[in-house]
Design a protein around this ligand. Structure first.
Ligand code: GLU
Length: 308
């Protein structure tokens, strides 16, 4: 008999930078239904590794909203702010293997470098072979090498030349903060996550994360990047674009709108009925193949107030 495939382990990993908005609800719905429809578990991780960006109370608000919507996560919630020892151990492993170098470059010194897909600067390699005399480290970077390819279950085949498209990237900042890229890889590996379902705004981070997985010797999960919700101005919903918190809406109506956005049309009466009936319909009908194969799409009217 062929060996049984590993059990599916999915996760939702919000950053507590503000209340849950329709864009993050969509990522929660997609990752949750994919996990449940494959009889897998679904973990919740609060990505508060970036202390300066963390808004006090936001994590608790997100958790309360998820509970109100009827999401049920498995096990304990993981808080990145409590996992710094694990990030340090990974950092030391990478350093010992020669994959990391200190970098003295300031943002201003890199202002002329081209932009990567996620808006960061493509590192020109200045400190790759040692700090310039008299300079001290502002950050620690991982050496970029080679090309990373992966077959995204929604967005299709993706390929990224790490040197050309990203450059050596930061894993530890001068202020002692570990970078999101490192924390995500360490946490997904520690939890045994087999499948990552998240917004397509993170497509441009996936190459870096797979590179780190290879260097750390951990498994690469499967990836499915959902279309990102944008407002009528084409901007990703976020606190900065003043996306309306979904807390003000009846949960069934917002959940039905999220399902619709992801290519699933529940019977109209379920949008006004009990939440449990809508979840039962969604779990029975969910198919990742129905999710539109697009990197972004507009939010339904009323869910993306720009406040302008
Ligand atoms: N914390 C990230 C965010 O809220 C998501 C990270 C991930 O799913 O890998 O955008």
């Amino acid at each position: 008999m062929p060996p049984a495939p590993p059990p599916y382990i999915g996760r939702f990993a919000p950053s507590p930078t503000g209340p849950l908005h329709f864009g993050s609800l969509v990522a929660a719905i997609g990752s949750y239904l994919e996990a449940r429809s494959r009889r897998g578990s679904w973990l919740l991780r609060i990505e508060d590794v970036d202390a300066p960006r963390t808004v006090p109370g936001a994590a608790e608000g997100i958790i309360a909203t998820l509970a109100r919507f009827g999401f049920e996560w498995d096990g304990e919630i993981v808080w990145q702010s409590r996992r710094l020892d694990a990030y340090r151990a990974a950092f030391e492993q990478l350093t010992a293997a020669g994959h990391i170098f200190p970098c003295a470059c300031t943002r201003r010194e890199m202002a002329d470098s081209a932009l990567a897909r996620d808006g960061s600067r493509i590192y020109p390699g200045t400190c790759r072979n040692g700090l310039p005399p008299g300079r001290s480290a502002h950050a620690w970077r991982v050496r970029a090498e080679g090309t990373v390819a992966f077959d995204d279950r929604i967005q299709g085949l993706q390929e990224e030349d790490l040197v050309r498209d990203v450059g050596d990237f930061v894993v530890l900042r001068g202020d002692g903060q570990f970078a999101y890229q490192l924390a995500v890889v360490v946490d997904d590996a520690a939890a045994g996550v087999t499948d990552v379902v998240r917004g397509a705004d993170l497509l441009g981070s996936t190459g870096r994360q797979i590179h780190l997985q290879h260097l750390l010797g951990v498994a690469t999960p499967g990836y499915a990047h959902l279309p990102v919700v944008v407002n009528t101005a084409g901007e990703k919903l976020s606190k900065q674009t003043l996306a309306a918190p979904i807390d003000a809406l009846p949960a069934s109506a917002a959940l039905a709108a999220g399902l619709e956005f992801l290519g699933h049309t529940p019977p109209a009466e379920l949008a006004h009925g009990p939440l449990a009936a809508l979840w039962a319909w969604a779990t029975a009908h969910w198919q990742l193949d129905r999710v539109p194969r697009r990197a972004h799409a507009q939010a339904p009217a009323g869910l993306a107030a720009t406040g302008s």
